[in-house]
Design a protein around this ligand. Structure first.
Ligand SMILES: [Zn+2]
Length: 231
């Protein structure tokens, strides 16, 4: 049985307001024949997928899209993880420890000793980092680099004019370099092992070769080609 409510049936102002509210809610409701179903309103297909939810979160995120960290499958997760934490300034550099009131013997950069240690210093302005990036630029046939921030390192592949696949490999090399430099920094801080530039660069090349050759399925990639960035 279907009943109709007329304004004349209302007995108070509150009921009138409730009816108006209800009619307003029903304004855009279009009834169709067929069974009722549950729809996911954040996707045009009406179906829920994790991928769709992720896209929705990213599209509606309040953070600057430029700050989104780009994960790279050509290197292991642990390697991505270090750069991701660094991009959020969440690595335990001495300045970060001080901010959390964790006592440190000295806040100077353990590599050069010239300035307070921070993510921006260790990976960008420290003398060792500067030499490391300039040698990587030579290796990858890039024009001389002007890296002023950690963000510049993360975006380097986007501005390299390389084809997409090669740019992705360059990004993987940058992530590998950051991971190796942070590992060497930790060995210096925790075990007193001095950092040798030649060893650092060798490690970046060898690990990068092993990871990228297998993960990019470039099984025919020779060491010689790798060392000339003929990828
Ligand atoms: Zn330094």
């Amino acid at each position: 049985m279907v009943g109709y409510v007329g304004y004349g049936d209302l007995t108070s102002y509150e009921e009138l307001e409730e009816l108006r509210g209800l009619l307003k809610l029903c304004e855009n409701v279009k009834l169709k024949a067929g069974e009722d179903m549950i729809c996911w309103s954040l996707d045009t297909t009406g179906s829920f997928t994790v991928k769709g939810l992720k896209r929705c979160i990213l599209e509606n995120s309040l953070s600057d899209p430029g700050e989104v960290f780009k994960w790279n499958r050509l290197v292991p997760k642990k390697v991505n993880f270090v750069s991701w934490r660094a991009s959020l300034s969440r690595l335990p550099t001495f300045d970060a420890l001080k901010k959390r009131n964790i006592p440190v013997l000295s806040d100077s950069c353990p590599i050069c000793g010239e300035i307070e240690e921070s993510v921006e210093h260790v990976f960008v302005s420290c003398g060792l980092a500067q030499i490391m990036w300039s040698i990587i630029a030579q290796w990858c046939n890039l024009p001389s680099l002007l890296i002023l921030s950690f963000r510049d390192v993360m975006d380097l592949h986007n501005f390299s004019s390389l084809p997409m696949e090669k740019a992705k490999i360059l990004h993987a090399i940058c992530l590998t370099a950051i991971w190796c430099l942070w590992k060497k920094r930790n060995e210096l801080v925790h075990s007193g092992i001095p950092i040798k530039l030649s060893t650092l660069l060798e490690e970046i090349k060898v690990l990068g070769y092993l990871w990228i050759k297998n993960r990019a399925k470039k099984y025919g990639l020779t060491w010689e080609d790798w060392c000339k960035f003929r990828v």
